[in-house]
Design a binder for this molecule. Structure first.
Ligand code: HEC
Ligand code: HEC
Length: 488
C-alpha cells in the first residue's frame, strides 16, 4: 500500500494525473457539444439554419461529402445538384441543408428550405433566381432517399472503404476517424437499411418526380402503422410541395391541401418534426426565427409586364366566380369560403391525397407527445375535400392543383379533356403565355426532366371544372382571367 502512495507522489505521476483529467474534461466537452452553425441574416437562416434535426437524424458531414462521389452510379447526373439540390457559391452545402456539431461530430440534416425554396429563369439562357417560400420545383427528394438507400445496400458501403475516402480529404480528425471506422459508418448503414425497408411502401406508388412528396404516409411509418396491410386507397399520398408566403394572413384557415389543420403554428411544428426534430431535440429558438420569417415573407411580383385593360376585364370575372373561394387578390385574402374545405364530390379533383390522410392517423397525431403538453397537436382533423386557398405568388406555383397535374393556369381554365395528358416537370423557365413553367422540354444540357403522366394513380388531372370554376368562359375571357392572375 505504502509503495503505491509513494508512487503517486512522484512528479511524473502527478503530471499523468493532470493529463488524464484534461483528457476527461476534453472528451466530456467534446461529447456533450451541441452547437449549430448559425446565421445572423433571417433569409440565410431560413435557407441554412438548423431545426435540431441533426441531433438525432444527422448525417456526419464527412460521410455526406464522400457519398455522391463514391456512389455516383446511383445519381441521375453530376453530384447532388442532379437531384435538384440548389447550390449557391461560397457555401459548403446546398440550400435546405443545415449543420450542427453534435458530440464532436459535424452533422447535417434537411430543413424547411429543401422543400420550400425554388428557382425560376426568365429564358433558358438566363441565370436562375432563387425564390424563398416558393415550392421546391426542382427537388426530387424521393430520388435522394433512393440514392441513400442504394448506397447503404452497396457492398462498397463499409467502414474501411469509407474511412479511407474520408481520410483522403482530411475532413476529420483522428478521433472521429476512429469513431467512423469502428462505429458510425456501421450505424449509419444499419439505419439506412432499416429506413429503406420501412419506406418500401413508396415503391407501390408512382414516382413523385421533382417538386412533389408523399406527405402523410411517412408519418404512418414513424408511428409504426403496419404499412403492408394499409388499405389500397391509402397507398398514394403524392402531392405538390406548397408555397409558404404570407403565413400570418393564413391564421385560422384550414390548410394543407386537404385542410386537415387550421393552426399555422401546428402546421409549422408538424413540419419541423418532419425535418428529423422531436420534442426533446427540436431547436425552438431557431424554428421560431423561421416561423417569424415566413409569417410576413411575400412572393415577388410577376416581372414581365401586364396588359392592364385585359387584366381589369379578367378581374371582374375573377370577382364574380373565384374570389369567394380564393380571396379578393394576391394580398387580400378575404372571401366567404377562403380557408374552408370544398367537398371532394364538388371539386372533383384526384382523391388519392385526400384518402391517404385518415381518421386513424389524425387520432394518433393528436395523441403524440403526451409527455410534452406544450408540444401536443390538437388541430388535426380528417376532412372530406380540398382547401380553398389564397393564390399569392400563383405564377411561381405551377404545375397546378394539389397533385401538380395541370401544367399551366390557362389549362386549368379548360375542361379536363383539353388539359395535357402528359408533360414534363422540373424545368424552371416561365411560360409567359399560359402562366406556369414551360413543360414540353424533355432534356436540357444532358439533364432529363420528369415525364408526368396524368393516367397514373394520384396524378389525375380532372376536376375544378364547370361554370363556377371558369371552364365555360369564352377563350377571350379565360385569357383575361389569366392576365389578372399575373397580378397575384
Ligand atoms: C420534405 C419536404 C418538406 C419539408 C422539409 C417541410 N415542408 Fe412544409 N410542406 C411540405 C408539403 C408537401 C406540404 C403540403 C402538405 C400536404 O397538404 O400534403 C407542406 C405544407 C406546409 C405548410 C402549409 C402550407 C399551406 O398553405 O397549406 C406550412 C406552413 C409549412 N409547410 C411550413 C414548413 C416549415 C416551417 C418547415 C420547416 C420547419 C417545413 N414546412 C418543412 C413539405 C415540406
Ligand atoms: C367552390 C370554391 C372554388 C371556386 C369557385 C374556385 N376554386 Fe379554385 N380551387 C378550389 C379548390 C378546393 C382547389 C384545390 C383543388 C385541388 O388542389 O385538388 C382550387 C385550386 C385552384 C388553383 C390551384 C392552386 C395551386 O396552388 O395549385 C387555382 C390556380 C385556382 N383554383 C384558380 C381558380 C380560379 C381562377 C377560379 C375562378 C375562375 C376558381 N379557382 C374557382 C376551390 C375553388
Amino acid at each position: 500500500m505504502k509503495s503505491e502512495c509513494r508512487l503517486c507522489n512522484r512528479r511524473f505521476c502527478r503530471i499523468a494525473l493532470v493529463v488524464v483529467l484534461l483528457a476527461v474534461v476534453y472528451l466530456a466537452l467534446r461529447f456533450t457539444r451541441d452547437t449549430p452553425v448559425t446565421y445572423a441574416d433571417a433569409t440565410e437562416h431560413f435557407k441554412y439554419g438548423s431545426t435540431g434535426g441533426e441531433r438525432d437524424a444527422g448525417i456526419p458531414v464527412a460521410l455526406w461529402n464522400v457519398l455522391p462521389d463514391l456512389f455516383a452510379k446511383y445519381l441521375p447526373g453530376q453530384g447532388l445538384a442532379s437531384l435538384g439540390f440548389i447550390f449557391e457559391t461560397n457555401r459548403a452545402f446546398p440550400i435546405g441543408v443545415s449543420e450542427r456539431n453534435v458530440q464532436g461530430v459535424d452533422r447535417v440534416f434537411l430543413n424547411c428550405a429543401v422543400c420550400h425554396v425554388g428557382t425560376v429563369r426568365d429564358t433558358p439562357a438566363s441565370p436562375r433566381r432563387i425564390i424563398i417560400g416558393m415550392p421546391a420545383n426542382n427537388m426530387d427528394l424521393q430520388s435522394f432517399e433512393r440514392f441513400l438507400f442504394a448506397a447503404a445496400r452497396d457492398e462498397d458501403f463499409y467502414s474501411t472503404r469509407l474511412v479511407d475516402e474520408i481520410a483522403k480529404r482530411k475532413s476529420d480528425d483522428l478521433l472521429n476517424r476512429l469513431l467512423f471506422r469502428y462505429y458510425a459508418v456501421d450505424v449509419a448503414r444499419q439505419r439506412l437499411i432499416t429506413l429503406a425497408q420501412r419506406f418500401s411502401f413508396m415503391d407501390r406508388e408512382p414516382d413523385t418526380g421533382p417538386g412533389r412528396v408523399d406527405t402523410f404516409n411517412p408519418p404512418k411509418v414513424l408511428l409504426n402503422f403496419r404499412m403492408d396491410t394499409l388499405p389500397t386507397n391509402e397507398w398514394v399520398g403524392n402531392c405538390d410541395l406548397t408555397s409558404i408566403w404570407n403565413q400570418g394572413k393564413r391564421q385560422g384557415m384550414r390548410l394543407h391541401w386537404d385542410g386537415n389543420n387550421d393552426s399555422v403554428e401546428e402546421r409549422n411544428r408538424s413540419a419541423a418534426y418532419g425535418t428529423g426534430a422531436t420534442p426533446p431535440t427540436i431547436d425552438r429558438a431557431s424554428v421560431q426565427r423561421m416561423k417569424d420569417y415566413i409569417w410576413t415573407n411575400t412572393p415577388p411580383p410577376w416581372p414581365y409586364g401586364i396588359d392592364s385593360a385585359k387584366s381589369a376585364r379578367g378581374g371582374k370575372i375573377y370577382d364574380q366566380y373565384c374570389a369567394k373561394c380564393h380571396g379578393k387578390s394576391g394580398s387580400d385574402f378575404t372571401g366567404e369560403y377562403v380557408g374552408k374545405v370544398t367537398p371532394i364530390e364538388k371539386i372533383g379533383t384526384d382523391r388519392h391525397r385526400l384518402d391517404s390522410y385518415t381518421e386513424q392517423l389524425c387520432a394518433n397525431q393528436n395523441l403524440l407527445y403526451a409527455a410534452y403538453p406544450a408540444e401536443r397537436f390538437s388541430h388535426f382533423r380528417k376532412t372530406f375535400g380540398y382547401a380553398n386557398q389564397p393564390l399569392d405568388g400563383l405564377w411561381l406555383r405551377g404545375p397546378y392543383l394539389h397533385n401538380g397535374s395541370v401544367p399551366t393556369l390557362r389549362e386549368l381554365l379548360e375542361a379536363a379533356a383539353n388539359r395535357r395528358a402528359t408533360f414534363y416537370r422540373g424545368y424552371d423557365v416561365i411560360d409567359r403565355e399560359r402562366v406556369g413553367f414551360i413543360s414540353d422540354v424533355p432534356e436540357e444540357n444532358e439533364k432529363k426532366y420528369f415525364l408526368f403522366d396524368t393516367q397514373l394513380p394520384g396524378n389525375g388531372n380532372a376536376g375544378h371544372e364547370g361554370e363556377e370554376y371558369g371552364t365555360n368562359l369564352s377563350a377571350e375571357e379565360k385569357d383575361a382571367v389569366v392576365e389578372f392572375l399575373k397580378t397575384f
